[in-house]
Design a protein around this ligand. Structure first.
Ligand code: G16
Length: 554
């Protein structure tokens, strides 16, 4: 690193001092904290993104969002050249960078890291970073901090793509690096073309009830506004959007959104008895996850939740059907794999295994699930909270494309030809970079029509085991260390034994705890044969967590 570069970094970094006493760590999906303490972190992640761009000689994405967290929080996620999450190899450096106490220290770290990674400054390739942000009020100033971070690397260019959903930014990075046009309008065009294509391949006439409207809770975030755009391009889909973030509609993620609906299992604000039985979906704050639900009759606003596990099951069933049609004649074996986390409802895993599917388990976090799903010809991954997608390997896609080209001269029957076309359209509709609520909702809608199913029929695929999720505020969440895809606690000593004792009191039960990587809490999950048992098990495990690590309030 030459003196000019050093000088630039020192000068810019001095404008973004680290707040006193703050230690921040790279979590499940980047850095996340109260927005008021994040400027220096975001500035430094700007530098990191520019370094990553120099290292990979590719465009990198930087998204300002705290997704499902409360409005006063914010955060930063990085998209690698493939559009996926930042490589895990760089997470320790991200931690060091964010916590370097002063500009001199920061420059020393960057210089050493650049040397180790063979990154040269001021070379022929200039770094380029695409910036996006969600609708949080703190987003604008944090985006400026990121821009300053990027601009403190000689020659680096920051391109502001505006207010976006997180998956849109990931998609843009992926397509830019493939040399394709990657404007927001290209994203919308791709989604609507693929959706129309799949609708055209539905094997029968649709009944009027199948054309029923879908009601979407936009979490008062960016998703509602973007869905309005999609909606205008698709005449065959009737969507009513509530909690779209317009003035007076409510606060981002407050009593609304996929995280609220999935955890609380009650209607989001703006929904009620008037919606009983209707097909509803809920997006999260940056529209990277979604769940479905229908409202149950009664005054308590309870819902029947159709979560990420059931979305996964629907997708798996559809893909399996298409592959079965294709495999019929030439015996071509496609490796289809499913990836879940410990939060997956036990009934969903049983269902998927009964379908004959291979199911793998990873720790929480898209970065783990995505990596595992890449190992298959088609990998379907979903977290119960609604974050997931379907990945198609490059070799399987090119096999499909070739088969599609040869269709006119091949001996394939009509159904096989349609299966090839359907799978190709699914690979275009569903975001290949990261879980995406907009494309996910469109795929659910088209598959339900393909199957001729209502949301109630879909929900009957299997019956969820009763479960409960709680969170416990603790002094230091890093004190909990887990193993075996987060199903067992290694530290603090004695906590796992205490959980085992609670679990032993019930039949058909399971419970685990893990530190959240996005909120300052320990999460508790319990599953049992009745709701009362699941609630009691979760409560007693939460009390143990509080006893070991908390403030003693449970
Ligand atoms: C992020 C991650 C998800 C994870 C969620 C909760 O979602 O992308 O993989 O499930 O956080 O993580 P934790 O339990 O560690 O707090 P989002 O939608 O908040 O970006």
């Amino acid at each position: 690193m030459d003196e000019h570069q050093k000088g630039m970094l020192l000068e810019c970094a001095s404008k973004y001092p680290v707040p006193k006493g703050v230690k921040i760590s790279y979590g499940t999906a980047g850095f996340r904290a109260d927005a008021s303490i994040l400027s220096s972190t975001v500035f430094r992640v700007g530098i990191l993104a520019a370094l990553r761009s120099l290292k990979t000689k590719s465009v990198i994405g930087l998204m300002i969002t705290a997704s499902h967290n409360q409005i006063s929080d914010n955060g930063v996620k990085i998209a690698d050249p493939s559009g996926g999450m930042l490589t895990q190899d760089w997470e320790p450096f991200a931690d060091l960078l964010a916590n370097a106490p002063d500009p001199q220290n920061l420059v020393k770290l960057i210089s050493e890291f650049a040397k180790k990674e063979n990154i040269s400054f001021g070379g022929v390739y200039s770094a380029e970073v695409l910036l996006g942000r969600d609708t949080r009020p703190s987003g604008e100033s944090l985006l400026e901090a990121a821009r300053h971070g990027i601009n403190s690397v000689v020659g680096a260019v920051a391109t502001d793509m505006g207010i976006l959903t997180t998956p849109q930014l990931h998609w843009m990075v992926r397509y830019r690096n493939k040399g394709k046009s990657s404007l927001e309008s290209d994203y919308f065009t791709q989604l609507s073309n693929a959706f129309r294509c799949l609708m055209n391949y539905i094997p029968r006439e649709m009944t009027t009830s199948e054309m029923d409207e879908l009601i979407v809770d936009g979490a008062n975030g960016v998703g509602g506004e973007k869905l309005e755009v999609v909606k205008k391009t698709l005449s065959s889909l009737v969507i009513q959007i509530r909690n779209s973030g317009r003035e007076g509609e409510g606060v981002l993620n407050q009593g609304v959104g996929a995280d609220f609906v999935q955890k609380e299992k009650i209607v989001p604000s703006g929904f009620g008895q008037i919606d009983v039985g209707k097909r509803c979906a809920s997006l999260d704050g940056d529209a990277d996850r979604f769940v479905y639900f229908h409202v149950l009759p009664g005054s308590n606003n309870k819902i029947e939740l159709v979560d990420g596990d059931k979305i996964l099951s629907l997708f798996a069933l559809f893909i399996k059907q298409q592959l079965a049609i294709l495999n019929k004649e030439d015996g071509h074996q496609v490796h289809l794999g499913i990836v879940q986390t410990a939060y997956a409802n036990g009934a969903s895993t049983d269902y998927l295994k009964k379908l004959g599917l291979e199911v793998a388990l990873t720790p929480t976090g898209v970065k783990y699930l995505h990596e595992k799903a890449c190992e298959y010809d088609i990998g379907i991954y979903f977290e119960a909270n609604g974050h997931g997608t379907i990945l198609f390997s490059a070799s399987f896609l090119s096999w499909l494309e070739n088969r599609n080209k040869e269709i006119a001269s091949s001996s394939d029957g009509l159904e096989q030809q349609l299966s090839v076309k359907r799978l190709l359209a699914v690979s275009e509709l569903i975001n290949q970079a990261v879980g995406d609520a907009l494309s996910g909702v469109l795929l659910v809608e088209v598959i339900l029509r393909h199957m001729g199913w209502s949301i109630q029929r879909w929900n009957e695929l299997y019956q969820d085991l009763p479960s409960r999720q709680l969170k416990v505020k603790v002094m230091d969440r890093t004190a909990v260390v887990t193993a075996n895809a987060e199903t067992g606690v290694v530290k603090p000593t004695g906590l796992q034994e205490a959980i085992n004792c609670e679990v032993a009191k019930y039949t058909m039960r399971r419970s685990f705890v893990r530190p959240s990587g996005t909120e300052d809490v320990i999460r508790v999950y319990a599953e049992a044969s009745t709701q009362e048992e699941a609630d009691n098990l979760a409560k007693s495990v939460a009390q143990h967590v509080d006893h070991f690590l908390g403030f003693g309030s449970s």
